[in-house]
Design a protein around this ligand. Structure first.
Ligand code: AMP
Ligand code: TRP
Length: 336
C-alpha cells in the first residue's frame, strides 16, 4: 500500500482559534505537499496537546471539530490524506509514557516554549513540561520522514530526533529519524501590534492576530490598525521596519509577489494602499475557506465519517510501532 512512500506528519492544537500564522506557516504548505504524489500524509488535530493548559470542555469539543473542518476547507483532500483526532489513537498516550522514561528532565526544561508558557501561567502542570515527548511520539509512531511546521517548532523537532536516536541506540533500530520542513516564507508570522513577537492564538490584544474565521470586515480593520512605523516607505527591512516586513511577508505568501515587486508597486505611496491590498488579499484567500468551514460543520455525520476513517488507518500504523517499542523495551506481550 503505502510502504515505500515517504511519510508526512503534522498537527495543530485546538487550544484556541486558528490564526493566519497557523495557515501560512503550516496548513497552506500541507495542502501543497499533498499534491506531490510521493507522500503518505497524516494530519492530526492534537487535542491531547491542547489540554496542557486549562480548556473549557464544550469549547474544546467545538474547536476540535472546527480545526478538522478548517483542514478540509483549506484544501486537504480526505481521499488522499489521513485526517484524525489525536485522542482517538490511544497509542499516542501509551508510547508517550515509554519514551518519557528515556527523556532527561534537563532536555525538557530547556525548551523555549516551556520556558515561555511556564512563565505565563501560575500553576504549571506536568503536561506542559512533558508535551514535547508527546509531540515526538506523534511523529515517530508513523515512521515519519518529513514534518511541515512553522519556525517555532524547530527545537521540538530537534528533540524528537535526539529521542528517536537514543531509543534506536539503546534498543536497536525502531524509528525513522524525521526531518523538519519549514517554509522559506511565512514560517513566522508576527503579531500585528507587536511585530517583534510571534502571532499567537492566545495573545492578549485581539488586534494582534487575525483568525482564519474572522469576518472580512474585522480582517480589514485589523490590518488597517497594524503597527508600522513613521518612515512611510514600503521596504523589506526586518530590523528597522518589522511591522511593514511582516505585512509584506503576508502579502507575498498569499499572492506570490516577491519583496522587490511589492516594494516597486508601492513606491512613493506611503502605507494606505499597501495595507488595503494586504487586507483584501487575506479576505480573498480566507472568505471561500470560511464558507466551506460553515458548510462542513453543518454536516456532523460527514465529519464523523472523516475522523472515523482517519483513526482506523492511524491506529493500524501507530499500533504497529507501539508493539515494536513494547517488545524491545522488554514488556511481555499480552497472552492471546
Ligand atoms: P500551534 O497553534 O502551536 O498548534 O501551531 C500549529 C502550527 O502552526 C505549527 O506548525 C506552528 O509552527 C505553526 N504556527 C503557529 N503560529 C505561527 C506563526 N505566527 N507563524 C507561522 N507559523 C505558525
Ligand atoms: N506542538 C505543535 C505546536 O504547538 C503541535 C504538534 C503536536 C505537532 N504534535 C505535532 C506538530 C506533531 C507537528 C508534528 O505547534
Amino acid at each position: 500500500m503505502s510502504e515505500n512512500k515517504k511519510v508526512i506528519f503534522s498537527g495543530i492544537q485546538p487550544s484556541g482559534n486558528l490564526t493566519i500564522g497557523n495557515y501560512l506557516g503550516a496548513l497552506k504548505n500541507w495542502v501543497k505537499l499533498q499534491d506531490e504524489e510521493e507522500y503518505d500524509c497524516y494530519y492530526c488535530v492534537v487535542d491531547l496537546h491542547a489540554i496542557t493548559v486549562k480548556q473549557e470542555p464544550a469549547e474544546l469539543r467545538r474547536r476540535t471539530l472546527e480545526v478538522l473542518a478548517i483542514y478540509i476547507a483549506a484544501g486537504l483532500d480526505v481521499d488522499k490524506v489521513t485526517l484524525f483526532i489525536q485522542s482517538h489513537v490511544k497509542a499516542h498516550s501509551e508510547a508517550q509514557w515509554l519514551l518519557n522514561c528515556s527523556t532527561y528532565l534537563g532536555e525538557l526544561q530547556r525548551m523555549t516554549q516551556f520556558k515561555d508558557k511556564s512563565a505565563k501561567y501560575s500553576n504549571v502542570g506536568a503536561g506542559l513540561l512533558n508535551y514535547p515527548v508527546l509531540m515526538a511520539v506523534d511523529i515517530l509512531l508513523y515512521q515519519t520522514d518529513l514534518v511541515p511546521v512553522g519556525q517555532d517548532q524547530k527545537q521540538h523537532l530537534e528533540l524528537t530526533r535526539d529521542l528517536a536516536q537514543r531509543f534506536n541506540n539503546t534498543y536497536s533500530d525502531t524509528f525513522k529519524i524525521p526531518e523538519p520542513y519549514i517554509p522559506k516564507e511565512g514560517a513566522k508570522i508576527m503579531d500585528l501590534q507587536d511585530p517583534t513577537k510571534k502571532m499567537s492564538k492566545s495573545a492578549e490584544n485581539p488586534n494582534g492576530y487575525i483568525f482564519i474565521m474572522d469576518p472580512p470586515d474585522v480582517i480589514r480593520k485589523k490590518i488597517s490598525r497594524a503597527v508600522t512605523d513613521s518612515l512611510g516607505v514600503v521596504k523589506y527591512d526586518v530590523e528597522n521596519q518589522p511591522g511593514v516586513a511582516n505585512l509584506m511577508t503576508i502579502l507575498s505568501t498569499l499572492t506570490g509577489m516577491s519583496f522587490e515587486e511589492i516594494e516597486k508597486k508601492y513606491e512613493g505611496q506611503g502605507y494606505a494602499n499597501f495595507k488595503k491590498d494586504v487586507g483584501e488579499a487575506i479576505v480573498a484567500e480566507l472568505e471561500p475557506i470560511q464558507n466551506k468551514v460553515k458548510d462542513i460543520l453543518s454536516d456532523k455525520k460527514y465529519l464523523e465519517e472523516v475522523y472515523k476513517k482517519g483513526a482506523e488507518k492511524a491506529n493500524y500504523v501507530a499500533n504497529k510501532t507501539l508493539r515494536k517499542m513494547q517488545k524491545k523495551i522488554g514488556l511481555i506481550p499480552p497472552a492471546r
